[in-house]
Ligand binder design. Structure first.
Ligand SMILES: *Cc1c(COP(=O)(O)O)cnc(C)c1O
Length: 393
């Protein structure tokens, strides 16, 4: 088989062998419904509860504060709609940021159509929100602050602990979309004053279509999915047992040797960044140099289109992204890159390479070699580049 290099780990990841092995019996032999009282049902029930403990443990949460969902998008929808509907007598104002994932942004836009008011905080050139602006945005009507832990496109990590503190001081519920942070950053929901936290299995070498919402003990929010009594009456639907088992194993493994794993990925990331910066001009690093996810690399390459770079990389057997997976195929530049102040032209020339546990130094060197060739070739074909090589470096 032809060499295939996967550097799109922020879009999704491969299920780890250990995770798959743990899941397999629940597709076949252990097929019981966790709600059934006979032995086959209880086998499934025990497996789901074990996974709940595995998730709770890494967040420093209680087992009963973890609720399984069908992924990060559902968790975000549930947290935001659930809090808004439950608290609509108290207030109708929500604070979020301009660089959230669409699962948060579109949910907020939906609520705006139903009488809620939303403040979308600006971010600086690195993608960081301003805590003073956050404080200034709070009104007597504010019921929820929802700010992502780490950004999926540019990797910027927000000051979550400080945001949690501000929310607590003002008695406002705080939700964070931690889908990208989980598995890379140590998270303590208690110490960080997090009330609600979304996570997903498929970004951490687990299966697609399963995630969880952490709901702080005592916090009330409306249900999103009505039906049976599963998840203690709060999320209906027969449990995705094999998926939940996979999520539990994946999150446990993600936090084993976390420092060692991050050290390796950061080494590869820095090597990739250094080589790109040494070999190419007219580029811009998107995101923060240090407040950044270990595996995230995102550059804008002036005078050319990110989509053209992607297609050329694909022909070389290299998988990357020109922004977020969700926006690929659309011609609008990413809302995140526009929010950090990139002009449309430069935002269009952006490329995200996201590294994971399976990437190697050899792959990094190979990708940089190909990328430099591709950027040089595309620029030589670009009238923009040939006319005005005067842009900022
Ligand atoms: C991937 C992602 C989601 C969506 O999660 P799914 O499990 O794919 O629904 C939400 N937020 C962020 C930051 C993500 O990266």
């Amino acid at each position: 088989m032809r060499k295939y290099i996967y550097m799109d780990n922020a879009a999704t990841t491969k299920v780890r062998k250990e995770v798959l092995d743990e899941m397999l019996p629940y597709f076949s032999d252990n097929y019981g419904n966790p709600s059934s009282i006979y032995e086959l049902g209880s086998t499934s029930r025990v497996a789901v509860e074990k996974a709940r403990e595995q998730v709770a443990k890494v967040l420093n949460a209680e087992k009963n504060e973890i609720f399984f969902t069908a992924g990060g998008s559902e968790s975000d929808n549930w947290a935001i709609k659930g809090v808004a509907l439950r608290n609509k007598e108290k207030g109708n104002h929500i604070i979020t940021s301009k660089i959230e994932h669409h699962a948060v942004l579109h949910t907020c836009q939906y609520l705006e159509k139903h009488g809620f008011e939303v403040t979308y905080l600006d971010v600086d050139e690195y993608g960081l929100i301003d805590l003073e602006e956050l404080k200034a945005a709070i009104t007597d009507n504010t019921i929820l602050i929802t700010i992502m832990y780490a950004n999926n496109e540019i990797g910027t990590i927000q000051p979550i602990e400080e945001i949690g503190k501000i929310a607590k001081e003002n008695n406002i519920i705080f939700h964070t979309d931690a889908v990208q942070a989980i598995g890379s950053i140590k998270i303590d929901v208690k110490a960080m004053n997090i009330d609600l936290l979304s996570l997903s299995a498929h970004k951490i070498y687990g299966p697609k279509g399963v995630g969880a919402l952490y709901i702080k003990k005592g916090l009330r929010l409306d249900n999103l999915i009505e039906g049976g009594a599963q998840e203690r009456n709060r999320r209906a639907g027969t449990e995705n047992v094999q998926g939940i088992v996979g999520l539990g194993k994946a999150i446990e493994l993600a936090y084993e040797n976390l420092d060692e794993k991050n050290e390796k990925i950061i080494y590869l990331r820095d090597r990739l960044m250094n080589k790109i910066e040494e070999n190419l001009d007219y580029i811009r690093l998107n995101g923060h140099r240090t407040k950044r996810l270990p595996g995230n690399v995102n550059y804008s390459f002036e005078f050319i289109e990110g989509e053209s770079i992607l297609l050329s990389l694909d022909m070389e057997g290299i998988a990357a992204s020109s922004g977020s997976a969700c926006t690929s195929g659309s011609l609008d530049p990413s809302h995140v890159l526009l929010a950090i102040g990139l002009p449309h032209g430069i935002a269009h020339g952006s490329l995200r390479l996201s590294l994971g546990i399976y990437n190697t130094e050899e792959e990094v060197d190979y990708v940089v070699g190909k990328l430099v060739e591709i950027v040089d070739r595309l620029r030589n074909m670009s009238p923009l580049f040939n006319e005005r090589k005067t842009g900022v470096k």
